[in-house]
Design a protein around this ligand. Structure first.
Ligand code: ATP
Length: 234
């Protein structure tokens, strides 16, 4: 498989007052097109920092990040905004839906600014929300709201789907169904999915598992046979 993402010696330093904090300390890894990747690590390990740099929401202090044939670490603000808008779909722990727009409008609103967007209604049907498209977010359960958030990300037709603790606010069964949906999206669309979590039990659902510890890569493992979410218990 062709390489889609490459991190080379990436560092990120934050400063709180005069105190420097090394969030990333020389991170190297690569991800191939179509891969489902789980980034694992304890709280504070640097997982979200990696995802935010990859998604163009934050910038590296040093090092290089390549996505496709572009080096995003050379991008200025304007190019980063374009990159975020066109190439990246985000799913967060909290769904960040717009409260006064319906489900359908939430997805359309995000998708329509993208050149190659997909039909919002089709995607909502695919994520199992056919009967909910006229509802407002407050009328939906947490799991349903997360499905809308996933539909919103997928409808942009991005190269990459980035998910930061997408099941963090959900109960076990609902969380599992959201993970299944992400696995299905990856299989059906062949889009690369990168999922950040502290839950090591879900590692078998990935093609590749990247473990992060204290801002460094602890290990990168490939699952020769990836498991369906339905078959994993935790
Ligand atoms: N904006 C910021 N300013 C200062 N320090 C930050 C900032 N964002 C993150 N950090 C620090 O960088 C380190 C890595 O944070 P990061 O959020 O990437 O960890 P994480 O692995 O995603 O943790 P969690 O699972 O708790 O979300 C932590 O020590 C954190 O306190």
């Amino acid at each position: 498989m062709k390489t889609l993402i490459e991190f080379k010696k990436v560092t990120k330093q934050y400063k709180i007052g005069e105190v420097p904090i090394k969030a990333l300390d020389g991170v190297d890894f690569s991800i191939s097109e179509g891969e489902f990747v789980v980034i694992l690590g304890a709280s504070g390990a640097g997982k979200s920092t990696i995802l935010n740099i990859l998604g163009g929401m934050d910038t590296a202090t040093s090092g290089q990040v390549f996505v496709g044939d572009q080096e995003i670490t050379t991008f200025n603000e304007k190019k980063l905004t374009e990159y975020r808008g066109e190439k990246v779909g985000f799913v967060f722990q909290f769904y960040n839906l717009i409260p006064n727009l319906t489900t359908l409008e939430n997805v359309e609103f995000a998708a329509e600014v993208c050149k190659n967007h997909l039909d919002a209604r089709d995607i909502l049907y695919q994520v199992g929300l056919r009967d909910r498209i006229k509802n407002f977010p407050s009328q939906l359960s947490g799991g349903e709201q997360q499905r809308v958030a996933i539909a919103r990300a997928v409808a942009k037709n991005p190269s990459l789907l980035l998910c930061d603790e997408p099941t963090g606010a959900l109960d076990y069964v609902t969380g599992k169904s959201v993970l299944k949906l992400l696995q299905d999206v990856n299989r059906e669309t062949k889009k690369c999915v990168v999922l950040v979590t502290h839950n090591s039990a879900i590692a078998p659902m990935a093609d590749k598992v990247i473990k992060v510890k204290s801002g460094m890569i602890e290990s990168v493992a490939i699952n020769d046979v990836k498991q369906r979410v339905e078959g994993i218990e935790w």
